[in-house]
Design a protein around this ligand. Structure first.
Ligand code: HEM
Length: 168
């Protein structure tokens, strides 16, 4: 009787120790999970993988370079960009895409509303801008899913950029 009690005591101690370790593990992991769920929506986590899928910052720089060449040769919208510092525009556009796609960058420019206020951008100007962006993506042979994700990301900014109804 005494012998079996002695044998049982250490096994209870082991069970209690395991329970404490498991409890601590749950307590440590739970807050992280809650934090991730609160701050990263499913859309945001898809976007952050898109930054990697695209090939990181170098790929974004290449895309923006190609886009600005296309845009500068497009007489439909090049007048908008005629007097602006294109080097600065490229830097800010790269920062913006990099940050929005989940990359390790910080956009240092103005908001889209503030930036484009008073420029009189119409729906058709926006469509031409996107068309040039698609041409640049095609030139760099981006896969269809990445192209679509980038287009929808830009499209979400449209209400802050377009301010003029089409002229009749
Ligand atoms: C989703 C589409 C667009 C994005 C993401 C975008 C992004 C940007 C960014 C990041 C800047 C620099 C911000 C700054 O100076 O602080 C900028 C400036 C500018 N954008 Fe856009 N843009 C878009 C559409 C357009 C369109 C459709 C036009 C005209 C057709 C346009 C014309 C300009 C001009 C003229 C500037 C220079 C403004 C200035 O320096 O005062 N943008 N844009």
């Amino acid at each position: 009787m005494k012998m079996s009690k002695q044998l049982n005591q250490p096994s209870w101690a082991v069970i209690i120790a395991i329970a404490i370790v498991a409890g601590l593990a749950i307590l440590l992991l739970l807050p992280r999970r809650v934090q991730t769920d609160r701050f990263s929506t499913p859309a945001a986590s898809n976007l952050s993988t898109l930054y990697d899928k695209l090939g990181g910052r170098d790929a974004i720089v290449a895309l923006v370079d190609e886009f600005v060449s296309t845009l500068s040769a497009d007489r439909r919208i090049s007048p908008f960009f005629a007097k602006i510092d294109l080097v600065r525009f490229k830097q800010l556009f790269v920062e913006q895409l990099c940050e929005t796609l989940g990359g390790p960058c910080k956009y240092s420019g103005r908001s889209m509303k503030e930036t484009h206020a008073g420029l009189g951008i119409k729906h058709s100007d926006f469509a031409n801008f996107i068309e040039d962006f698609v041409m640049a993506m095609d030139k760099l042979k981006l896969p269809e899913d990445q192209k679509n994700a980038l287009i929808s990301l830009l499209d979400r900014m449209k209400p802050d950029i377009v301010e003029k109804k089409e002229s009749p």
